[in-house]
Design a protein around this ligand. Structure first.
Ligand code: NAD
Ligand code: ZN
Length: 362
């Protein structure tokens, strides 16, 4: 079984294909979507060891002239230094305006290789082959690419849509359980912001998802991509509506920052952030207690944390204040009215924010 989600962006529209074993067909997709035959494959060392040889062989079998480069695994590779190395690799590989960069890896590789593709020769084609659940449902969709600076995350980047995205659910078999749970946080988020039926599907199919059943995985990846694509198509450059994708993220970014990057995976921080946002929503937006509890229960069952009592509120509050997504320094939250319906730009008083944080830590 394979599913297709189309991202509608006029001339830059592209398909996301999702299913078990799809990597085997990458040559076929590449032949139909890429104008040139020269390709540079980028991955990290972990993914390269697992899938690099196979990907090279498949592209070669389809007649592509493919070179490869890999970076160390981890967030540290989203750097100016690594980008510079990759520019050199792209020159050595002889890429021209018709060539393509293929990102085989998690969000780190997708963001880094994506920015390389956005900037090299003022833009070459990009293929995303995400290998983490987070990358399949989030970073490979939407066109945001970028790298970090010592001063902060994602401070340099560009919007650059891929030619196509291929999600092979078999690649998730090697993904550590903790990384898989982190990806599920974003999946749960899509249910909360847009789709009560999808949220219910997650509640009833969580066991199958956690066993790695490809049918259930394909369904949740396809639905997540469709929701993100829908939100992004309506607001490609992030002027308004796209803000709903930040449900749970105002606090999550602060948690990552205060705990020190790496202590919590992004998805783990999002789990805590969503449980918190749900509680704030009960107070401020009339979300029912029952639905707030369903959100909390699903986050917990997914294997994610729901609170971080070791972190100090003043530090978190200060970190939220410097989030680049806050217009005019005012704290704005995405809050739920019910599961499947959220509002963005909600300002909440400091006393409520603090009280609910402490209540959640008990
Ligand atoms: N562009 C966007 O819209 C967007 C959205 C969300 C997140 N992001 C970015 O994504 C990054 C996080 O992505 P991530 O969570 O995928 O992290 P990641 O790319 O670091 O991958 C996590 C770990 O899993 C390993 N791995 C990857 N695939 C594997 C597989 N199939 N089997 C075994 N191990 C595998 C990697 O080597 C790495 O150690 C962050 O830099 C974040 O800023 C971007
Ligand atoms: Zn996120």
């Amino acid at each position: 079984m394979s599913l297709e989600v189309r991202v509608e962006l006029g001339a830059r529209s592209y398909p996301i294909n999702i299913g078990a074993g799809l990597l085997e067909r990458v040559g076929e997709f590449a032949m139909s979507r890429l104008p040139g035959k020269r390709v540079l494959l980028i991955s990290d060392e972990t993914v390269d060891r697992l899938y690099g040889e196979r990907a090279l062989r498949l592209f070669r079998a389809a007649g592509f002239d493919i070179a490869s480069a890999s970076v160390s695994a981890g967030e540290g590779s989203k750097s100016v230094e690594q980008l510079e190395n990759l520019y050199s690799a792209a020159v050595r590989a002889g890429l021209d305006r018709k060539s393509a960069i293929v990102a085989l890896g998690g969000g780190v590789v997708g963001d880094l290789a994506g920015f390389l593709a956005a900037s090299f020769l003022r833009g070459v084609r990009l293929v995303q082959i995400p290998t983490t659940l987070l990358a399949m449902v989030d970073s490979a969709v939407g066109g945001k690419t970028g790298i970090n600076l010592p001063e902060g995350k994602n401070l340099v980047g560009a919007f650059h849509q891929p030619a196509f995205v291929l999600c092979d659910t078999d690649l998730l078999k090697s993904l550590p359980a903790r990384e898989r749970a982190a990806g599920l946080a974003e999946v749960i988020k899509y249910g909360v912001i847009r789709d009560p039926d999808f949220f219910r599907y997650l509640e009833t199919h969580l066991d199958a998802i956690q066993r790695g059943e490809s049918e259930a995985l394909s369904q949740i990846i396809a639905r997540s991509c469709a929701i993100k694509a829908d939100v992004v198509s309506a607001d490609e450059q992030e002027a308004g509506e796209r803000a709903i994708l930040n449900f749970g993220h105002t606090l999550a970014h602060a948690i990552e920052n205060v705990a020190g990057y790496g202590a919590y995976l992004h998805g783990e921080a999002v789990g805590i952030g969503m449980v918190y946002a749900a509680r704030v929503s009960v107070r401020e937006r009339g979300l029912s207690q029952e639905e707030a509890k369903r959100i909390e229960d699903l986050v917990r069952r997914a294997g994610l944390p729901t609170a971080a009592p070791e972190l100090s509120w003043p530090a978190l509050r200060e970190a939220m204040g410097v989030d680049k997504k806050n217009a005019e320094g005012k704290l704005r939250f995405v809050l739920a009215e019910r599961i499947g319906q959220v509002a963005f730009g909600c300002s909440v008083s400091d006393s409520v924010l603090e009280e609910i944080w402490h209540a959640g830590c008990e």
